[in-house]
Write a protein that binds this ligand. Structure first.
Ligand code: CMC
Length: 427
């Protein structure tokens, strides 16, 4: 939907359309700004910049709302399996049981990796971070599969399904590698989540008995991470994919973007922070004060969000799940108490209240992963596994949009003005 508007910018007047989204979000169309005025916009961090229009995910950060394809995250988390969410994000509708069965079968067919690729794992040191292994393995798939024919919807679909099948195996193998354990192959009778747990935790002598509490918790976490519109890693996927780079390299770029501690890497940092507070005698107030101190660059990981200026709806679901899982597993984790104390302080302290800094998705997720026996350095890999269908859905939305262009922002140049080169001896 569009309306017209006149934007007055200093001495310039620009005829602009106002673009209105299905939830009444509004944006100025400034595609004619530079041709008309010779000026560009400057928006470091892109807080005011819409890079695309998208049908996939809706967030209202002020109200703390998150919906995939119109469905509230709370309902999806309660009622769905992760593979149903993958289907929903990719195809726009929740699958019926036949569609779901067929889709799961297709993913299962792709979950084995080329035998040669298993040898790649030998080349990594045992200390390698599993995110380094994951991004390298995903980009290596480009060596085994030709570039996606983006004019062929079936080929696009095959490439997407391949990644949904194989990334899970790479993730589990990266864990096995870093623990010096033999690789465990997926089993066809297990579903996506059960298979992942089997590939992580079975050993050569004994198959891992899936604990339904853990399977349910993992399913929930994957769903809550599955998409989050134009976040840093998804924008990276759109950026890299916009040059028509092949899909594996594109997703690998998304994985690398996710790794950063301000984004998906925050879940690892949260547990490290909670452990540091525990080892420091539990004095959490000291750390809150450090985070508030403008002379220190310390921050509380797991707090704050660019879009949510209200409680992150994912964090709400995860904090309740963390309580449930710890209770069901009879785990008494002192980190949970420290986390709750930090949250309480933060929600009542002026510094956090004024800046609208609430716990985000990464704040409680690590406590659940830890209780499941997943090591800290695997937390961001778990995030990547969850976010994969979101990246794939955005990539396909972009690549199949006939109006899609290579992403190429401009800049305001601030370097030296024209000068002449002197021969090396005269410098
Ligand atoms: N602890 C202490 N102060 C904070 C924090 C924090 N975690 N987050 C933001 N602030 C302060 C910040 O210093 C600034 O203060 P002032 O206005 O006095 O300069 C104000 O709050 C606004 O913050 P900002 O850095 O301008 O906000 P942003 O939108 O650029 O950054 C963020 C968002 C998530 C990167 C940031 O809040 C942060 O670094 N949080 C910790 C890392 C984290 O948990 N990341 C996971 C994000 S959610 C999952 C995901 O997207 O992957």
């Amino acid at each position: 939907m569009s309306d017209s508007a006149k934007i007055q910018l200093n001495k310039f007047e620009l005829d602009s359309r106002i673009i209105t989204g299905s939830e009444n979000e509004k944006g100025f169309d400034i595609t004619k700004l530079r041709p008309t005025t010779g000026h560009i916009t400057l928006d470091p961090g892109y807080g005011n910049t819409g890079a695309c229009m998208s049908d996939i995910t809706f967030i209202d950060g002020e109200k703390g709302i998150l919906r995939y394809r119109g469905y509230p995250i709370e309902q999806l988390a309660e009622k769905c399996k992760f593979t149903e969410i993958c289907y929903l994000l990719l195809y726009g509708e929740l699958p019926n049981s036949n569609q779901q069965e067929l889709f799961s079968q297709k993913i299962k067919k792709e979950q084995n990796i080329h035998e040669d690729m298993k040898r790649f794992f030998d080349g990594f040191p045992i200390t390698a971070h599993p995110m380094a292994i994951l991004s390298a393995m995903v980009t290596s798939l480009s060596a085994y599969h030709s570039d996606t024919d983006i004019t062929n919807p079936d080929k696009i679909d095959n490439d997407i399904i391949r990644l949904l099948g194989k990334v899970k195996s790479f993730a589990a193998f990266s864990y096995r590698k870093s623990h010096g354990l033999p690789f465990i192959y997926p089993q066809p009778e297990l579903n996506y989540v059960e298979n992942f747990l089997h590939m992580m935790f079975s050993d050569a002598q004994e198959n891992y008995e899936t604990d339904p509490i853990l399977a349910e918790a993992l399913n929930l976490l994957l769903i809550l991470h599955a998409d989050h519109e134009q976040n840093c890693s998804t924008s990276t996927v759109r950026m890299v994919g916009s040059s028509q780079a092949n899909l594996h390299a594109t997703i690998s770029a998304g994985i690398s973007a996710l790794w950063g501690p301000l984004h998906g890497g925050a879940n690892q940092r949260v547990i490290e922070m909670l452990e540091q507070i525990r080892d420091d005698g539990g004095d959490y107030k000291k750390y809150v004060n450090m985070a508030k101190d403008k002379n220190s660059d310390y921050k509380l990981f797991g707090f704050g969000h660019r879009v949510y200026k209200n409680y992150d709806p994912r964090a709400k679901v995860i904090s309740q799940a963390a309580e449930r899982v710890l209770k069901a597993l009879n785990v008494d984790d002192p980190l949970m108490d420290i986390a709750k104390n930090l949250e309480h302080i933060a929600l009542n302290d002026n510094y956090f209240v004024q800046r609208k800094l609430y716990p985000n998705v990464d704040f409680y997720s690590g406590i659940i992963y830890k209780a499941m026996g997943i090591p800290t350095n695997m937390f961001t890999v778990m995030f990547a596994l969850g976010r994969l269908p979101g990246w794939l859905s955005h990539w396909r939305e972009m690549i199949t949009d006939p109006k899609s262009k290579i992403n190429r922002p401009r800049q305001i140049y601030t370097g030296p003005i024209l000068r002449n080169v002197k021969p090396v001896g005269d410098r």
